[in-house]
Design a protein around this ligand. Structure first.
Ligand SMILES: Nc1nc2c(ncn2[C@@H]2O[C@H](COP(=O)(O)OP(=O)(O)OP(=O)(O)O)[C@@H](O)[C@H]2O)c(=O)[nH]1
Ligand SMILES: [Mg+2]
Length: 694
């Protein structure tokens, strides 16, 4: 466990995440790392539900990770803060928020499955946040494992530059004649084995077996060729055919990795304890410390177009980002990545979004489900704070005298909803408290009570997400709630552009009110669901413009004619008309609301439904059945291609037709196919869907 006494220098620190497709072996790898680093004295197992990072009973029962878990350990000279993330697509927010604050990543691939759909998703997320990474090709002990095939897929499918720095010795399970038994380290040109008597704790270095020698030389040559352009010093030695020192190769790889020019590739079997320590070495050799990252960028709270930066130095003004909240009976624990300066317990920090000072009561270093209090933290650290009351995920905390707003974290739209209702009125308050707590923790979870029906509509990222929430409510919060079947979360948009004038022409309490507001409402593709902007040269007094903007923004957030949230809509204020004595703020608010309603009526309604990207890996003989089944689900098949002895079908289909798909898919293939579903976008629903709501 990390202790206060663990003094450190910034260059020693590694803030890293483990990311991958579901079941690739992230938690198993993390568990091994904790054991070999001496942090734990017993090695847990996902299949027995006793790992450090999958500590939640829900995770242990299902054998999958649901929440990102932080651990800290020492490896040789490095201090590693590691976040083990979930691979299931329903919990993608956990990956997003982790990558937002981490400096480097270990991407795990299954050598048998290669680059899977979710591997690609997490790869793109890491690209988005400029996170340098190394790759670990796991499960080399499985039948059908293909190291070189996976490297090839990394190159082609992820358009990355894999740099092979290890090759496997043998492949497949122990009963095979040429079973997987170790790796060749191409820098040292040594064989590494990990005797099972010590549960792999001992790394034995030996000579490369004769039958692997030629391959090892070939791949070392390849590695050096790839590095040629990155260092004159190395290039000169290669041209002169002189020996290249190991230390120089490491330095060049480190530099190229930090600049995301290459992705060093290692391999092993986390389950069978092969190749884990070299991954730890690679983390400290090749992944950046906070000091290797460019200064963090933000803007001035009052002037969003003025950018400011903060270096990861202790004498810079303090700033940090809230990336995760864990609700707790004793007060929420806010996870914060510190980017600059230092922070002490029992002090205050400023949140520019809420314009409030927050109490920093206690600081904690978190180790999965345990914590240890610390007095102070500094640039580069990840810390749990108790005391914050008004901060949410994505908020910046900073020195009140030197305010800055860092880039927030973007989370995807929810796609699926489920109605729930409390059994008794006594449960109503309890339910609303529980839902508030869940919402604080999970930015992809929504809950909204309908006063008319008494039901609460909860929405999330998929069936499993809502299922897990349901379990929490029933089991952890011991609530009596009736739960309805999940259904699709629809959206509304407008099919065409319209221009309308909203009016207020009323007599209220003996006073005449007058205002006119002209707006255009049109379809639009942007980041925000509803964008409200000002047209050029508007002749409206500023005291009326602000309330008009506010009303239109509120209306946009309030939903469309059918009550679904609006999206892909742009509202432009074109102008208005005021009367010398009869116009006031109220009149303009009413005229703006009137304009909005008129515009929606004039434009008409398009109901949008979530469309999923589906990737199915299916044995050839079941191909026909799968294609026929997909056609019934309104699917469009975009591509099919072979992978090993299987075929990969890529398709898109409405979520509405995919409920219970995993069960149906198992039935169609006797459990031999696998599928992954990712929300892709919102597309127009067929007219009968909209008809059903009218
Ligand atoms: N044969 C073999 N199985 C492995 C290996 N590593 C992990 N597994 C198994 O693969 C399954 C998934 O392992 P996890 O470590 O939970 O995978 P994960 O990537 O954390 O999965 P999620 O967190 O749910 O995304 C478990 O049954 C592990 O025992 C390996 O190297 N070889
Ligand atoms: Mg896991």
């Amino acid at each position: 466990m990390l202790s206060n006494a663990m003094a450190r220098q910034l260059s020693q620190l590694r803030n890293i995440g483990i990311i991958a497709h579901i079941d690739a072996g992230k938690t198993t790898l993390t568990e091994r790392m904790l054991f070999y680093s001496g942090t734990t004295h017993r090695m847990g197992d996902v299949d027995r539900g006793n790992t450090v990072t999958d500590f939640d009973p829900e995770e242990q029962e299902r054998g999958i990770t649901i929440q990102a878990a932080c651990v800290t350990f020492r490896w040789k000279d490095s201090i590693v803060n590691l976040i083990d993330t979930p691979g299931h697509v329903d919990f993608t927010a956990e990956v997003e928020r982790s990558l937002r604050v981490l400096d480097g990543g270990v991407v795990v691939f299954s050598a048998r499955e290669g680059v899977e759909a979710q591997s690609e998703t997490v790869w793109r997320q890491a690209d988005h946040y400029n996170v340098p990474r190394i790759a670990f090709i796991n499960k080399m002990d499985r039948e059908g494992a293909d190291f070189y095939g996976t490297v090839d897929e990394i190159r082609k499918r992820l358009e990355a530059h894999p740099l092979v720095i290890q090759i496997p010795i043998g492949v497949g399970p122990p009963h095979m004649p040429d079973a997987f038994r170790g790796v060749v380290d191409l820098l040292r040109m040594k064989m590494l084995t990990f005797p099972s008597e010590s549960q792999g704790a001992q790394v034995v270095e030996g000579d490369i077996p004769a039958d692997v020698q030629a391959d090892a030389e070939l791949w070392r040559g390849q590695m050096l060729d790839q590095l040629f352009d990155f260092s004159n010093e190395l290039a000169e030695l290669l041209l002169a055919e002189e020996a290249v020192p190991e230390e120089l190769i490491r330095r060049v790889i480190r530099d190229a990795t930090i600049h995301s020019l290459v992705v060093p590739v290692l391999c092993g079997s986390a389950l069978d304890h092969v190749g884990v320590q070299p991954v730890l070495d690679a983390v400290s050799y090749y992944l950046p410390s906070p000091a290797d990252k460019p200064p963090v960028e933000g803007v001035e709270p009052a002037k969003p177009d003025v950018s400011i930066t903060r270096k990861p130095e202790i004498d810079q003004p303090f700033c940090g980002l809230v990336f995760k909240i864990q609700a707790d009976k004793h007060g929420d624990l806010h996870y914060v990545r510190i980017y600059s300066g230092e922070l002490k317990g029992n002090t205050r920090a400023y949140n520019p979004r809420t314009d409030k000072k927050e109490n920093i009561s206690q600081l904690w270093h978190v180790q999965a489900d345990r914590r240890e209090q610390v007095e102070r933290v500094e640039a580069g650290d990840i810390v749990g704070i108790i005391g914050l009351r008004h901060s949410v995920t994505g908020d910046t905390l900073c020195d009140p005298k030197e305010p800055i707003v860092l880039e927030a974290i973007s989370f995807p739209e929810t796609v699926i909803s489920m109605a729930i209702e409390p059994e008794s009125s006594a449960d109503r308050k309890k339910l609303s408290d529980a839902l508030d707590m869940l919402k604080r923790q999970d930015p992809t979870f929504r809950a909204q009570e309908s006063p008319e029906t008494g039901q609460t509509l909860i929405s999330g990222m998929g069936e499993l997400h809502l299922e897990v929430i349901k379990h929490r409510l029933l089991r952890d919060f011991k609530l009596n709630v009736r739960v309805h079947k999940p259904r699709v979360s629809y959206r509304e948009t407008v099919p065409k552009a319209v221009e309308v004038t909203g009016e207020c022409h009323q007599a209220v309490g003996g006073q005449n009110l007058f205002a006119k507001v002209r707006i255009r409402v049109e379809p639009f593709d942007g980041d925000q669901p509803v964008l409200v902007t000002l047209g050029p040269g508007i002749a409206l007094p500023p005291e009326y413009l602000a309330p008009v903007l506010e009303v239109l923004t509120q209306q946009g957030e309030g939903g469309g004619s059918l009550g679904f949230p609006l999206m892909k809509v742009k509202v432009t204020i074109l102008g208005g008309e005021a009367h010398e004595t009869e116009s006031n703020e109220i009149a303009f608010r009413r005229a703006a609301a009137d304009a909005f309603h008129k515009a929606l009526q004039a434009a008409g309604i398009v109901v949008l439904e979530p469309i999923m990207k589906i990737e199915i890996v299916v044995p050839e003989e079941y191909m026909g059945d799968f294609v026929a089944d997909l056609q019934q689900r309104r699917a469009v098949i975009t591509q099919t291609h072979p992978r090993g002895r299987n075929t990969v079908i890529e398709a898109e289909a409405p979520l509405a037709t995919l409920f219970g798909y995993s069960g149906a898919m198992r039935g169609l293939s006797q459990g031999r196919a696998s599928a992954s579903l990712t929300p892709s976008h919102y597309g127009p629903a067929p007219p009968e869907v909209a008809q059903g709501f009218l």
